[in-house]
Design a protein around this ligand. Structure first.
Ligand code: CMX
Length: 435
């Protein structure tokens, strides 16, 4: 058994026993209440699932196994000469709740390289897609095409015991994570660089190899990818992509089906697609105002006009957060350090000043602050990755780390098929009037 898998097995067995006892002895303890407002507002705040890998606080933002992003930047192993954390380290932490050593992270980089090979039919399927298909559509289809490699599905068909679900899930998760950068880069090069593909460089870490296969050799871009793929990895279990993965996987559909579903959810403009919408919004703003150096007054005008047209300001607001997103701040800190003289980045910073009071004045927006998607596009444009249709795919590559670590836990802990109760509006009217 590999060292990560062995650690995971030992830890998950201990928690499994604890949860079994808790369920038996305390199963009827109430942990929350649900009111009609929550149900009508997309189940906001309803505690209904267990997610081991991260937890979201409305004020402090995301904590991965209790660690904030600034703490992770200090504690997770780095590449020599880089201050950004390695996403391999975050995956290790999320999976086994321990900060890994440099040696453990190097082992994981090597392990993913060994598992990165893509079956030929996946490339064939991608080649059969029109170039007009959105990169997220291609990404979802490519992931689903990998389902032929599912160890879980194969073993299930052979009569696998419940006790072994976690093992097959771990193997599939490791394999899928290993393959995603190659698939994503293939889609990017196919769509935007005449299909001139770049072979992986097996000496590089997971994020740097992704940058290399995309065609970016700039060391700062590789640093950016390490940070980017770390901070987008997980946002507790209730966000749409994570919850979709959790739901699908609870039916014992394997991680390929589950993750493809999660990526379909990430492709929505209120979720991950917001990162492409933000840079589109900035390009439109520049076009509309006629300068890439607009004043704050001109930006405010454009923001108000957008709202008056019945549209949202992409990159602002959040279902849970009530302060600026620490993932936005982490990218701002990166840009302040590595980028001088970018009009797009400056507009992002000006929007950070201009948008919140305008949204707050509307009187209905629960969180007027920027979220993770408000910053990323301007930084990618700075390094030359201007094809914004691809941005959500990068988000998706990162999101695999959190949701697949969490899914491995779900199978180890034997969580049940998800099946909440729905009611009709007729039922609600009757119930509320009686109350
Ligand atoms: N611009 C304009 N109006 C906004 C707004 C924004 N950025 N954010 C919220 N509102 C509006 C909502 O549309 C809603 O209006 P109606 O009552 O007329 O329908 C009202 O304010 C209340 O919404 P809320 O309770 O503040 O927000 P929700 O929890 O319902 O939705 C979110 C959260 C993210 C969907 C919403 O803030 C939004 O649409 N933001 C823009 C899209 C975006 O950036 N999404 C990315 C989120 C991060 C991620 O998942 O990647």
């Amino acid at each position: 058994m590999d060292p990560l898998k062995k650690k995971f097995f030992e830890k998950s067995q201990t928690l499994l026993k604890e949860l079994k006892t808790l369920r038996k002895e305390k199963g009827d303890v109430k942990i929350g209440e649900v009111n009609l407002g929550q149900v009508l507002a997309g189940m906001r705040g309803v505690k209904s699932m267990v997610w081991e890998t991260s937890e979201l606080d409305p004020i402090e933002g995301i904590k991965f196994r209790g660690y904030s992003i600034p703490q992770l930047r200090e504690l997770l192993p780095h590449k020599k000469g880089d201050r950004q954390p390695l996403p391999e380290g975050l995956f290790w932490l999320m999976l086994v709740d321990e900060i890994p050593t440099q040696e453990q992270v190097d082992w994981l980089s090597d392990e993913w390289e060994k598992r990165a090979e893509i079956p030929a039919h996946t490339f064939d399927i991608l080649e059969s897609m029109p170039l007009t298909a959105h990169p997220m559509t291609q990404f979802c289809i490519a992931i689903l095409s990998l389902q032929t490699e599912s160890i879980f599905a194969k073993k299930y068909a052979e009569g696998m015991s419940k006790d072994d679900y976690w093992d097959a899930s771990y193997e599939d998760s490791m394999n899928l994570i290993a393959k995603l950068p190659r698939i994503a880069a293939y889609i990017y090069r196919r769509n935007f660089h005449d299909g001139k593909h770049i072979e992986p460089d097996l000496t590089l870490d997971w994020a740097a190899n992704f940058a290399h296969m995309l065609g970016f050799e700039n060391q700062d871009f590789k640093r950016l990818m390490r940070l980017y793929l770390t901070i987008h990895a997980d946002h507790e279990g209730g966000n749409a992509s994570a919850h979709t993965v959790h739901l699908i996987n609870s039916t014992l559909s394997d991680v390929y089906y589950s993750f493809a579903g999660g990526m379909s959810s990430l492709a929505g403009p209120l979720h991950g697609l917001a990162n492409q919408e933000v840079i589109k919004f900035i390009f439109e703003l520049i076009e509309d105002i006629g300068t890439s150096k607009p004043t704050k007054e001109q930006i405010a005008e454009f923001v108000k006009k957008t709202i008056a047209e019945g549209k949202v300001i992409p990159g602002y607001g959040h279902a849970v957060l009530r302060e600026p997103d620490p993932r936005f701040i982490a990218q701002k800190v990166f840009a302040e350090h590595y980028i001088t003289d970018s009009d797009h980045v400056q507009i992002v910073w000006d929007l950070f000043e201009v948008v919140p009071p305008i949204l707050a004045d509307l009187g209905k927006v629960a969180n007027p602050w920027p979220n993770v998607d408000a910053h990323s596009g301007a930084i990618l444009v700075h390094y030359g990755l201007k094809e914004y249709q691809f941005y959500t795919v990068i988000f998706g590559v990162s999101r695999a780390l959190g949701v697949l670590a969490a899914t491995t836990w779900s199978r180890a802990l034997g969580f049940s098929l998800e099946r909440p109760k729905s009611v009709t509006s007729e039922w609600i009217k009757k119930f509320v009037n009686k109350a």
